[in-house]
Design a binder for this molecule. Structure first.
Ligand code: NAG
Ligand code: NAG
Ligand code: NAG
Ligand code: NAG
Ligand code: NAG
Ligand code: NAG
Ligand code: NAG
Ligand code: FE2
Length: 512
């Protein structure tokens, strides 16, 4: 943990943090080595007793080992955090590093072990080490956590996953399940998938995709839509060829269709096999449109429809209006440059991060399946909450997944349109902007929020939002329980350790 003394020294060396964004250096790239086992938290107001289960979250938590550090925040060693609510007003906090092969081997050799990373290391890896790392693949599942029919799994944008015990956060095993009847072995590289699969409506299963890059010239790449029956069992739903493979981070579905929103940020196989660094193989082609693959889940039939040039990693929700029309809401960017935003050089230089083009905007796509047309729509500007449409890290009341809905919750990173570091936690009303709300405290940094529905509630926003926060002024983290109706705090509890920026998680009902 960074002590007050270290923090003062850092503050003196980085005058940056006195300018409006105190504690910024604690948010990104700060290693907090401490692990915590079930420490009781003290809240300033009673915690509703109907909150029963665990909020479990995943993200990069350690950024160096021996002589090497990571160039990109995305590559930090996975660390898990949990907040257990037994349902009697008590709350217990835990934090633990994922004991992957990557982490174990790194500790053993006291250096960053040779497994694939998104970006290079500092100092850079030799070409030979990059090749070796590429061949061994990515082993650091630091992005998301799902409940796959009873087992907790950790995901990133690759096919391999880790199973963990959600009660103790202990790492159980890794898993690289085959797809029966799949032929994407040599000459394909089939390691890519998404960190945000989607629950399949009416089942306990999930839908995901596998991306296969052809390494021989003249061959096409392949998408496979896959049903996840458990951590180990996969089933092919559909397979189709593409000329170039776009980078994918999420998928969506409605009752009858899976949606793959393929923006023109491509993975260039040739560049990949030259550099062996994933980051250097990503190329945004601003002259190409986005392709939406609408896949009939029952039959595997694929409808291919084009729309405007955008980039997106996260979607809010999608649903069918009638048999031929789908609505899909997306946190979009005009291009793929947001991927470079999370490089340490950009994040840690205030002039650069504030002036770099950063233009997120919520979009709605109305898909006419038979007419093969998509109508892009923007949400109007609400003068009361002018920044609300810039949100990313969207979550919703999961009871409304794949159904008509009104509310999404997200983080806006540049709420005053000037300072990347003015974070807000917002509620977006996609039905009518009347419900738009925002909560913002100077020099405090909210993470993705999770909506827990009130079991007795009837309205979509009957429940609470659980939001981990970093207070930059105090240099401490806390959990806040927000009322989604007002976006005002109900109760807060300081955490025993600093919890820096991390990605995603969810509330799992039966872990407490
Ligand atoms: C739900 O409401 C019923 C009837 O008002 C009450 O008895 C019950 O305790 C409530 N349950 C929860 C979880 O609040
Ligand atoms: C709540 O439940 C936990 C776990 O069952 C227990 O350890 C704790 O003492 C309980 N707290 C209260 C206030 O009853
Ligand atoms: C890493 O090491 C720990 C502690 O020895 C062990 O429990 C865990 O299973 C190891 N992880 C893997 C993936 O082998
Ligand atoms: C995960 O979901 C399944 C339903 O698919 C449920 O039966 C199980 O209890 C859940 N597991 C946990 C740990 O919450
Ligand atoms: C929509 O499709 C369902 C099932 O295929 C069918 O039963 C229903 O009549 C259709 N509705 C309309 C308005 O076409
Ligand atoms: C920060 O970024 C600005 C603008 O790109 C650049 O001029 C400056 O040299 C950078 N400062 C440092 C310390 O790298
Ligand atoms: C951050 O942005 C919000 C919304 O625009 C604004 O009200 C607030 O004053 C800004 N905070 C700081 C510290 O600049
Ligand atoms: Fe994500």
């Amino acid at each position: 943990m960074v002590s007050i003394f270290q923090w003062l020294i850092l503050s003196l060396c980085v005058p940056d943090i006195f300018a409006q964004t105190q504690g910024w250096n604690l948010l990104f790239g700060t290693t907090v080595p401490e692990e915590v086992v079930k420490k009781p938290l003290t809240f300033d107001n009673p915690v509703p007793k109907w909150i029963k289960g665990s909020l479990i979250r995943n993200g990069p938590g350690r950024f160096e080992m021996g002589p090497h550090s990571f160039l990109n925040v995305f590559d930090g060693y996975a660390k898990l955090y949990s907040w257990q609510f037994p349902g009697n007003g008590s709350v217990y906090f835990s934090a633990k590093f994922v004991q992957s092969m990557f982490y174990n081997e790194s500790l053993k050799i006291k250096d960053i072990a040779r497994y694939q990373t998104f970006d290079d290391l500092v100092p850079p890896m030799s070409q030979l080490n990059k090749e070796e790392a590429f061949i061994r693949g990515l082993d650091n599942m630091n992005v998301n956590i799902y409940n796959y029919t009873g087992e907790c799994v950790l995901l990133t944008d690759v096919w391999k996953l880790y199973v963990v015990d959600c009660h103790t956060l202990k790492t159980i095993r890794s898993c690289d399940p085959p797809i029966p009847g799949d032929h994407t072995t040599f000459p394909y590289i089939s390691g890519m998938s998404v960190a945000h699969p989607v629950p399949e409506v009416g089942t306990d299963y999930h839908l995901t995709i596998r991306q296969s890059l052809a390494i021989l010239p003249g061959m096409s790449d392949k998408f496979t839509l896959v049903r996840v029956k458990s951590a180990d069992i996969r089933e092919k739903v559909a397979e189709w060829e593409v000329k170039k493979m776009p980078y994918q981070h999420s998928i969506l579905s409605t009752e009858r269709y899976a949606l793959i929103f393929a923006t023109p940020l491509y993975m260039d196989t040739k560049a990949l096999l030259q550099s062996f660094v994933a980051r250097q193989s990503l190329i945004f082609n601003k002259d190409e449109q986005t392709t939406v693959y609408v896949v009939e889940i029952k039959t595997g039939q694929v409808h291919t429809i084009q729309t405007e040039t955008v980039f997106s990693m996260h979607y809010l929700n999608a649903y069918e209006i009638d048999n031929n029309t789908i609505v899909m809401d997306v946190a979009s960017y005009p291009d793929g440059s947001v991927v470079a935003f999370f490089e340490m050089d950009n994040l840690m230089n205030k002039t650069r991060r504030d002036s770099a083009p950063y233009k997120p905007s919520l979009k709605r796509y109305k898909i006419d399946i038979l007419g093969k047309k998509i109508k892009p729509m923007s949400f109007g500007v609400n003068p009361k909450v002018p920044h609300v449409n810039m949100m990313d890290m969207p979550t919703i009341n999961e009871r409304y997944r794949s159904k008509p809905y009104c509310y999404a919750y997200g983080v806006v990173f540049k709420s005053d349109f000037k300072t990347f570091g003015n974070f807000s936690i917002v509620k977006k009303d996609v039905c009518s902007s009347f419900g738009d709300l925002s909560w913002n405290v100077a020099d405090q940094y909210p993470m993705e929020s999770w909506f827990v529905p009130d079991p007795n509630g009837s309205r979509e926003d009957d429940g609470v939002l659980l939001t981990p926060m970093l207070d930059g002024k105090l240099g401490k983290s806390y959990l806040v329980i927000l009322d989604p109706k007002t976006m005002k705090p109900i109760s807060k509890a300081q955490l025993p350790i600093l919890v820096p920026f991390h990605f995603h998680g969810r509330f799992i009902d039966n872990v407490y």
